[in-house]
Ligand binder design. Structure first.
Ligand code: 13P
Length: 243
């Protein structure tokens, strides 16, 4: 059985005062049926860690240290209190030109220090309109995930670029088709036993109102939540829908 994971991606939002959100999420779920993770900006991991909600980063550099101004190593995230890191988010692929080979190197860096790698994939609207969704997602899954993936070190997040922050989502059938495809690709490469244990998250305009339907789709094992993870009430609603 895959335990559902509800992960919040705060993106470039939040401050030390956001500890109130973390506390409200923790207090609402004293014995959560699902796993809860919040990924704030790197500067907030240490101040927000230790409050009873697991913390993750949003990116890391492949190297453990060195002359890389502005970057953060996986080891640094870990030392700050992170247990996971989001990698290859479409905003990084688009704004920082990250390709699959770089994302794969970052995932290996995450594993080097024991972080769970949450590898993001997803097609653009143009890709979907051209019928290239599975081709694009298949290429990203093949190129962004290193050898050696296990249910303990990898989560894959399917986030259609056109659904992020737009209030639009694919149909439940479309989500199910992509998730089944990703699981099939993981099974071909890592074996069915491993693939069956790896959690696949859906991300893109997940809200309390649509969460239960999305979590009812086979092969959806939770969500990667952007905007709605910034408000405790909304994030709690999504967590409750998963439980
Ligand atoms: P929204 O939930 O704001 O659409 O963002 C999704 C996302 O990008 C999570 O990584």
């Amino acid at each position: 059985m895959r335990r559902k994971l509800i992960a919040g991606n705060w993106k470039m939002n939040g401050s030390r005062e956001s500890g109130a959100v973390i506390d409200a999420v923790r207090d609402a779920h004293p014995e959560p049926a699902v796993e809860i993770l919040v990924c704030p900006p790197a500067t907030l991991i240490a101040p927000l860690a230790g409050r009873g909600i697991a913390m993750g980063g949003q990116d890391c550099h492949p190297e453990p240290e060195g002359a890389h101004t502005g970057d953060v190593a996986a080891e640094m995230l870990r030392e700050a209190g992170a247990v996971a890191v989001i990698l290859g988010h479409s905003e990084r692929r688009a704004e920082h030109g990250e390709g699959d080979a770089l994302v794969e190197a970052k995932a290996r860096a995450a594993w080097r220090t024991g972080l769970l790698a949450i590898v993001c994939v997803g097609e653009s609207e143009a890709d979907r309109d051209a019928g290239r969704t599975l081709e694009v997602v298949g290429r990203q899954v093949a190129g962004s995930i290193p050898d050696g993936a296990t249910p303990d070190n990898l989560v894959v997040a399917y986030e259609p670029v056109w659904a992020i922050g737009t209030g639009r989502t694919p149909s439940l059938e479309e989500i199910g088709a992509v998730h089944a495809f990703i699981r099939e690709k993981l099974s071909e490469r890592f074996g069915a036993g491993t693939s069956d244990g790896i959690r696949l998250l859906y991300g893109g305009s997940v809200k309390p109102a649509n969460a239960a339907d999305i979590f009812g789709v086979p092969d959806v094992d939770g969500a990667l939540v952007g905007g709605a993870s910034l408000k405790a009430e909304d994030f709690n609603g999504i967590i409750a829908a998963a439980g």
